[in-house]
Design a protein around this ligand. Structure first.
Ligand SMILES: Nc1nc2c(ncn2[C@@H]2O[C@H](COP(=O)(O)OP(=O)(O)O)[C@@H](O)[C@H]2O)c(=O)[nH]1
Ligand SMILES: [Mg+2]
Length: 230
């Protein structure tokens, strides 16, 4: 497994000690879901809208490339040395669930580079509906599906849909074009997920992103409070 440590420089962290989320180690939130559902777009948008409030780092996973990391660097949502790419060289879910060593190394490298990190987002390589993160790697996981994948997906279930801490149904702007029934998706998701939240977004058009952003901030606060108490 190879890691791309990004574009040079030690990039010292600044500020953020006054954040409400101050506490122990950085919170780690995994972003999983099928290829093309909008995971990288969501990571970019979260970085863009949270960077003033939180000290952020990102780890991306791709099978043979560092395409997602390069996209994020080009989008300039964070300094490039805050973005690390893990090239899994294997089935993407293996690297986030079975052998998480390369991802833990990347997280550790970010923590070494930036002493005051508060949140590390770990994007999975994108697989199918069964890929979930080990809780040895992340504290919470977000599962991203999109309406173009079919409005039956929440009903079909699978561990990402049923057990993720937050389910994001993205690309609602495409619902009229693909004939997706959003209210049925919401009802099916609620049945499968019990109390766990589901949010409908169009990352591209900024729809629903305030709620996702607030959820992330609340989770970071509670994760770091627990970590600080131990
Ligand atoms: N129409 C629409 N396209 C989106 C939205 N979010 C992401 N996309 C597009 O979907 C494609 C895949 O997105 P990406 O973030 O790379 O997906 P990933 O494979 O899950 O990381 C890209 O062309 C994005 O621009 C959205 O809310 N609406
Ligand atoms: Mg991606």
């Amino acid at each position: 497994m190879h890691r791309d440590h990004g574009g040079g420089g030690s990039g010292l962290a600044t500020g953020a000690l006054s954040s409400p989320a101050s506490g122990g180690r950085p919170a780690r939130i995994g972003i999983g879901g099928p290829v093309g559902s909008g995971k990288t777009a969501l990571v970019a948008e979260l970085c863009r809208t949270l960077a003033d409030e939180l000290e952020l780092g990102v780890v991306t996973n791709d099978i043979y490339t560092s395409e997602d990391a390069e996209f994020l660097r080009r989008a300039a949502v964070l300094d490039s040395e805050r973005i690390l790419a893990v090239e899994t060289g294997c089935c993407p879910h293996t690297a986030i669930r079975d052998d998480i060593t390369a991802n833990l190394d990347a997280v550790g490298e970010l923590e070494t580079r930036f002493a005051h990190l508060e949140l590390i987002l770990v994007e999975s390589g994108g697989d199918n509906l069964t890929a979930t993160f080990s809780y040895g790697l992340v504290d919470r996981q977000v599962f991203v599906i999109d309406v173009a994948g079919g409005d039956k997906v929440p009903r079909k279930g699978g561990p990402g849909v049923t057990r993720s801490d937050l389910l994001v149904v993205n690309k609602v702007d495409l619902a009229p074009l693909v004939g997706a029934d959003l209210s049925m998706m919401a009802k099916d998701a609620a049945e499968r997920r019990g109390d766990r939240p589901t949010m409908f977004t169009s990352v591209r058009h900024g729809i629903g992103m305030d709620a996702v952003r607030r959820w992330v901030l609340d989770e970071v606060t509670s994760i770091r409070a627990v970590a600080a108490a131990h």
